[in-house]
Design a protein around this ligand. Structure first.
Ligand SMILES: [Fe+2]
Length: 466
């Protein structure tokens, strides 16, 4: 199925054909109609369209009549419309916008302008559809007018009758912008604005105050309480929509910037930690590349298991860090050639808790801490550090445990050679359900098949790095 669905309404078949060709670069299903009446019939069967492109001059029902119909129907009123027409007079263009078109493209410039206009309209409508506005007003009529206008423009809308009601709505629903009257019973707009700005979860939501009293002190008072803007009633709906769009896009850019900064900060931290792990593993030829191998295997398992891409990225990240705590284990133990004593083994066992403690102060790594902490738990509850059992062990840690076991057995150790692939699979199958999570083992075996095992690797039988 294509990403988008467009309705193209145009009476000339040759023009329809060339418009369809111009939209070739979009992943879109285009349904064609030869006049407004046919367009209405198509929409009556299924109104799920992302965009309507219409001509004006058509038989039976022209484009202006068609747009008027679209904007009057609740199921079609939010669909953006682009008028593509030969009427280039200002009056005609104005008529198009008056009946609710989002853009006007002259047929003379359609080749140059249509793809860009479609891109802009789609990103705008995707943005609007994701934005929810809370309208707070004690007047049912004003609530209705604003609700209809904002819905028609593609926003999601929730309403409240006064400040107290608005706070209830805000605690149940995520809202991107608050548009509130000032004078209201129970809790007025000032008190609402103050309550919103005091609550750390709600404080970033932009607040637009509106009031009939065109007095400077009202404007000042609401801005002092943290409102982003003030609008005086009566106002034109299109002015309000422009104001809302401006504030939301400013807010969007701000959030985007914050996100970019956070991502940059996280990437820098990751790069730093990865270098530390590489340095740690590079000191010993037997463990060199272990964390990266474990991360690769776990990523492959997660992809086969259908995990969400964002979660896979975090899991890969966590798997790379799983042994970070070994930084705190003395080299004499870590690289000891002979068998470990019980005390020595107990000291090595501390690495999972140490790893979690090392990463704990970094808030953006909170989601990977359970993996680091629990990658040596056993499914039967006999692992460490907490002796968690079965599904008490976080899934990412159970997956990492399988990959860790495999990679450890496939690599050479000072006291033994890496095992053959068949031997490793036998051991892993043997501990399925006791040491290792059965579902994760199954996923791992599926992954080995998908990767054409066994594959020779310089440090033993190993996965195919390609
Ligand atoms: Fe470990």
């Amino acid at each position: 199925m294509a990403e988008y669905r467009f309705l193209l309404v145009e009476d000339q078949e040759s023009v329809r054909k060339s418009l369809v060709a111009m939209l070739d670069s979009f992943d879109v299903d285009i349904i064609e109609a030869s006049n407004g009446k046919e367009g209405v019939e198509v929409l009556a069967k299924d109104p799920a369209f992302d965009l309507i492109i219409t001509d004006i001059d058509m038989p039976q029902m022209d484009g202006i009549e068609f747009c008027t119909w679209l904007k009057a129907e609740s199921v079609t009123q939010a669909i953006p419309i682009i008028i593509v027409s030969s009427f280039d007079s200002d009056i005609e263009i104005d008529r198009g916008f008056q009946v609710g078109a989002s853009a006007y493209v002259s047929k003379g410039e359609v080749k140059e302008l249509l793809p860009e206009t479609v891109t802009n309209i789609l990103s705008e409508s995707t943005f609007r559809r994701s934005q929810r506005v809370l309208v707070v007003d004690d007047s049912a009529l004003i609530r209705k007018v604003l609700l209809d206008a904002l819905l028609q423009d593609g926003f999601q809308v929730v309403t409240a009758e006064h400040g107290k009601h608005a706070l209830d709505v805000l605690h149940e629903t995520d809202v991107d912008l608050i548009l509130s009257d000032i004078m209201m019973p129970k809790m007025d707009g000032y008190a609402l604005c103050e309550a919103v700005k005091k609550d750390p979860r709600l404080a970033p939501i932009p607040f637009i105050a509106m009031s009939v009293k065109e007095k400077r002190r009202h404007m000042k008072k609401s801005i002092q309480r943290g409102a982003a803007a003030y609008i005086v009633k009566p106002f034109r709906i299109d002015e309000l929509i422009i104001l809302i769009e401006r504030i939301l896009s400013d807010q969007f850019l701000l959030l985007l910037k914050e996100k970019e900064n956070l991502t940059m900060e996280r990437d820098m931290i990751l790069a730093g930690i990865t270098s530390l792990i590489n340095a740690l593993e590079a000191r010993d030829s037997y463990t060199k590349g272990h964390s990266e191998s474990v991360a690769t295997i776990v990523t492959g398992m997660a992809e086969l298991g259908g995990m969400d891409q964002k979660k896979i990225e975090r899991l890969t990240f966590g798997a790379r860090l799983h042994d970070i705590g070994k930084i705190g284990v003395p080299d004499a133990l870590l690289f000891k050639r002979g068998k470990l004593t019980k005390d020595e083994y107990d000291q090595i066992k501390l690495h999972s808790e140490m790893g979690s403690n090392i990463l704990a102060p970094i808030p953006s790594l909170a989601d990977v801490l359970p993996l680091v902490m629990h990658h040596h738990e056993r499914f039967d509850g006999r692992g460490y550090p907490h002796g968690l059992k079965g599904e008490e062990i976080p899934l990412w840690a159970r997956m990492t445990a399988v990959a860790d076991t495999f990679d450890a057995m496939s690599s050479d150790r000072p006291y033994r050679k890496g095992l053959e692939f068949e031997e490793i699979v036998m051991v892993i199958k043997d501990v399925r359900g006791s040491q290792l999570c059965p579902d994760c083992v199954d996923l791992f075996l599926k992954w080995t098949l998908a990767n054409g095992f066994p594959v020779q690797h310089p440090r033993g039988l190993h996965f195919d790095p390609s």
